[in-house]
Design a protein around this ligand. Structure first.
Ligand code: C2O
Ligand code: CU
Ligand code: CU
Length: 467
């Protein structure tokens, strides 16, 4: 509903049995009974208030990923929406190790707030955002169980470009899951071959993978399209799986994936990819042109990093010819921040590495696991900074509040898919990646973390305070 210039939504977080695999009911934790949750359509600069009601058996936290949000609504991991009468009110559960296992069960009782209003000013570039759970130590199993949904921010300028729209604009939330024989989700996957990766004995440590690829909650969907251009707004909502997407026709031709946008909105100009890498939490806004595909033909979107059934992601079937009124302008956006290294008042360095924590193995930033009571980084409102992010293994690093640009990878220029304004950057094994950003928007306490959701739960998160 709409009142006083604010769009209002109400979402009840509740358990629901959803048909994902044909003829099978899978118990999930949902936003409003569906997976993904409802897609929220919004306009730039028009505030949205979402009232979340928690009817799940555990506390939850809602974060709008990519939102430029005041700290009070940003979903700090200890800022809980408590379930009625079912859960201890202590924000931090105090488990020795991050409580993936406990997160799947049903702890003790006490009552507090059952609903919470999250307000999003959406004073930001139009783009695809997503909302998901962010509770300390329990984010990964909560997202796995279904707590994720999309929010799209639009504005007049973007709509005036003439990009494919309406039925020809497809938000695609890609997420892998594993299922047990009874149809329930398996976390981690039951198939031991999915757990065993070289040197990894903890089934959670590397991050949890599934062997079923879901797109908007459906396994390997086949989508009927006209033989025209489509706009694919791709989100990798997987806990830990990386993809390298390619679009292949029946006769083995690879279609161009023309990137027009990144996590934080349109690029300055399109970038053409044959293969598009996408790490957890990244978004890519891509134009694909089916006009050269014969009617009845198929285009399979494959993951080059997958094998067997995880190689397929989704497919398109070209159902008919049609006229195409869409355009892909050579100049997309003129408002991209062009921060230069010389603008930075500070350079900081953060190592994203494995290490010992709380008596076990975990994932650390600068040698430390997440601690909500610790102040890690203080930045001045309006300051431009360069952050040098160093990785041991793959870590998709995400900053709340701000968009950033990728300056360099291992001292070399960024890769083609680093273009534009991002909020998540994929650090590859052994890499040092420099990003640059301006900390503006709001004062308050925010997070940066690895978006491999299991890494995040196992400590790889830290605070920054904008003062
Ligand atoms: Cu997508 Cu801190 O989150
Ligand atoms: Cu975020
Ligand atoms: Cu990581």
């Amino acid at each position: 509903s709409t009142s006083g210039g604010v769009d209002r939504y109400a979402i009840t977080q509740r358990e629901a049995s959803v048909e994902i695999l044909p003829g099978v009911r899978t118990p999930l934790w949902t936003y409003g009974g569906t997976f993904p949750g409802p897609t929220i359509e919004s306009r730039r600069g028009r505030p949205v208030t979402v009232t979340h009601r928690n009817e799940l058996p555990v506390p939850t936290v809602v974060h709008l990923h990519g939102g430029r949000t005041p700290a009070a609504s940003d979903g700090y991991p200890t800022d809980l929406v408590l379930p009625e009468g079912r859960q201890d009110a202590t924000p931090h559960m105090g488990h020795g190790m991050p409580g993936m296992h406990a997160g799947m069960h049903d702890p003790r009782a006490v009552v507090t707030s059952l609903t919470r209003d999250y307000t999003f000013p959406l004073d930001q570039r139009p783009t695809l955002l997503w909302y998901h759970d962010h509770r300390m130590d329990f984010t990964a199993p909560a997202i796995w169980r279904g707590l994720a949904g999309l929010q799209i921010v639009r504005d007049d300028a973007e709509e005036a470009l003439g990009l494919p729209a309406g039925r020809r604009e497809l938000p695609l939330m890609i997420a892998d899951r594993a299922f047990a024989a009874d149809g329930g989700l398996a976390y981690p996957a039951l198939d031991p071959t999915l757990r065993e990766r070289p040197g990894v004995t903890d089934p959670y440590l590397a991050g949890v993978l599934g062997d079923v690829i879901l797109v908007n909650g459906a396994p390997w969907p086949v989508h009927e399209v006209d033989a025209v251009r489509y706009r694919l707004r791709i989100l990798n909502a997987s806990n830990a799986r990386h993809y390298e997407l390619e679009a292949v026709t029946d006769d083995g031709r690879r279609l161009d994936l023309v990137q027009i946008g990144a996590d934080q909105g349109l690029l300055a100009a399109p970038v053409t990819h044959r293969v598009l890498p996408i790490a957890p939490a990244e978004r890519y806004d891509v134009i694909i042109d089916f006009s050269g595909v014969p009617v009845g033909g198929r285009v399979r979107v494959l993951n080059r990093l997958g094998s067997g059934r995880t190689r397929d992601v989704l497919a398109f079937r070209v159902a008919r010819t049609a006229t195409d009124g869409s355009r892909v302008p050579r100049t997309l956006a003129a408002d991209l921040p062009a921060w230069r290294r010389s603008d930075a008042v500070r350079v900081r360095e953060f190592a994203f590495r494995t290490g010992r924590m709380r008596g076990g193995h975990g994932w650390l930033i600068g040698g430390l696991p997440f601690d909500p009571a610790r102040s890690d980084v203080t930045v001045g409102l309006g300051d431009v900074e360069v952050w040098r992010l160093i990785a041991d293994v793959h870590h998709p690093v995400h900053l709340h509040l701000v968009g950033f640009r990728v300056l360099s990878r291992n001292g070399r220029p960024p890769l083609p898919h680093d273009a534009g304004l991002k909020d998540t950057v994929s650090l590859r094994p052994g890499e040092a990646v420099e990003i640059i950003t301006r900390f503006d928007g709001y004062r308050g306490r925010y997070l940066f973390h690895c978006h491999n959701a299991e890494h995040e739960d196992m400590g790889m998160m830290a605070n920054f305070e904008v003062v």
